[in-house]
Design a protein around this ligand. Structure first.
Ligand SMILES: Cc1cc2nc3c(=O)[nH]c(=O)nc-3n(C[C@H](O)[C@H](O)[C@H](O)COP(=O)(O)O)c2cc1C
Length: 395
């Protein structure tokens, strides 16, 4: 059926990350180079820990793909872990001094176990390899429909200079993507990128960690994805859920986001114009000179690019440790150190890009239905033709 759903299973140091993506039509070209490229990008970025030198992520397809195309069945994907040692108790010591800000204490209380190991193994962002792989596969379908997703790091950390000041639109995003590729923190502004790298370098010296802000822009969405009919089908809500569902994300904004609360309506809402000469496949002639709404009004795409921003807190595992309590002795002790990233903001931008893609793909499947790629494309074309004719028969 056309409902797109996705799940993951697997522990950080288990045999691998298993993902099931259900609801893609038959006939999506599975671009394995692109998908494995996204997995590689997720492993990268300045400030990451030693784990990424051990792993070399590649997706294996255990179901739902034949001769390079989806079959219409659930896609089962396995990303093996090289650092697999969960049952080797000498190499996976108990964690009894929970890290403030990590899942350790809450999980130990939830599952009634003083060793935080099992909680942290599943809470770990190793799992995001699965969501990245599935999102990249969903993007193979989106690209065939002319929908492109672009994610990057906007900035972060304590230095105000580590914040990119640039606009993103349909005309410049490919150039920005090249600049992102040239940045070790996936921040397409060379000066801000340097400042951010310096912040992470300093945090390493200080045995501290760095968070940041990521942004995802989606180009080419037809209008009408999502719905205002039920809260749970609003695309803005689904996007927020997906991005907040990434480990360590603590805020999500759409378009102008929290800034809306500081401005009057006349300075927020994007005036609507019409210019028949600017009618193209997606825009249908409705012109918006600004996009404070981030491409979403009433929980539905309005034809403008979708813009989602996420805030990631700094990593909770600090080499200096933080005040904590030993769960066995109940005595105060510093939190335990586990091999860790200093900053994972670059990797997180890749995860965000791909979970946003999953939600856009989910909305595409809900709107256009169909069992095969041919049907999805034909349905979308029919809808766009009807939308272009909107109002033309009015008397
Ligand atoms: C790509 C990525 C990599 C991460 N790497 C680490 C890490 O190395 N060490 C760590 O303590 N937390 C890391 N985190 C964050 C934790 O997974 C997260 O803080 C933890 O699961 C608790 O969830 P919460 O922060 O949402 O409360 C990472 C998050 C992401 C998105």
């Amino acid at each position: 059926m056309a409902e797109l759903t996705y799940r993951t299973a697997g522990e950080s140091h288990g045999p691998g990350v298993v993902s099931i993506l259900e609801g893609l039509p038959r006939g999506v070209r599975v671009d394995t180079d692109f998908i494995d490229g996204e997995l590689r990008r997720r492993q990268g970025g300045y400030g990451r820990g030693a784990r990424q030198r051990i792993e070399s992520d590649v997706a294996d397809y255990l179901g739902g793909v034949r001769l390079g195309r989806t079959t219409g069945g659930p896609v089962a994907m396995l990303i093996p872990n090289r650092d697999s040692r969960l049952d080797d108790l000498k190499r996976t010591r108990p964690v009894e001094r929970p890290r403030p800000g990590h899942a350790d204490l809450a999980g130990s209380l939830k599952w009634l176990v003083p060793d935080c190991r099992e909680t942290l193994e599943r809470a770990s962002a190793r799992e995001t390899a699965g969501r990245t792989g599935m999102g990249a596969l969903a993007r193979c379908m989106l690209k065939d429909l002319g929908i492109e997703v672009f994610g990057f790091v906007r900035g972060g950390g304590p230095d105000p200079a580590a914040m990119g000041d640039f606009k993103v639109d349909e005309s410049n995003w490919r150039e920005l993507r090249d600049a992102r590729e040239a940045s070790e923190v996936y921040l397409p502004d060379p000066a801000a990128s340097e400042a951010m790298i310096a912040s992470i370098r300093q945090a390493k010296i200080d045995k501290d960690t760095v968070g940041g802000f990521v942004e995802v822009h989606v180009f080419g969405c037809p209008p009408g994805l999502g719905s205002c009919v039920q809260w749970s089908d609003r695309l803005d809500a689904r996007l927020a859920y997906a991005v907040m569902g990434i480990q360590a994300f603590k805020a999500v904004e759409i378009g102008l986001g929290t800034e809306c609360g500081r401005r009057n309506g006349s300075k927020v809402h994007d005036p609507i114009g019409f210019d028949a000469d600017r009618t193209d496949e997606r825009n249908l002639g409705f012109v918006r000179e600004s996009n404070n709404a981030g491409g979403l009004e009433g929980g539905m795409t309005d034809g403008m690019p979708v813009v989602v921003r996420g805030t990631m807190k700094p990593i909770a595992t600090l080499l200096q440790g933080l005040p904590s309590v030993n769960l066995v002795t109940r005595k105060p002790e510093n939190s335990q150190y586990e091999r860790s990233d200093i900053s994972a903001i670059a990797a997180a931008s890749v995860v965000a890009e791909n979970v946003v893609a999953l939600e856009i793909a989910r909305a595409v499947r809900a709107k256009f239905g169909g069992d095969s790629m041919e049907e999805v494309s034909a349905q979308m074309e029919t809808y766009l033709r009807l939308a272009r004719e909107l109002g033309s028969s009015a008397t």
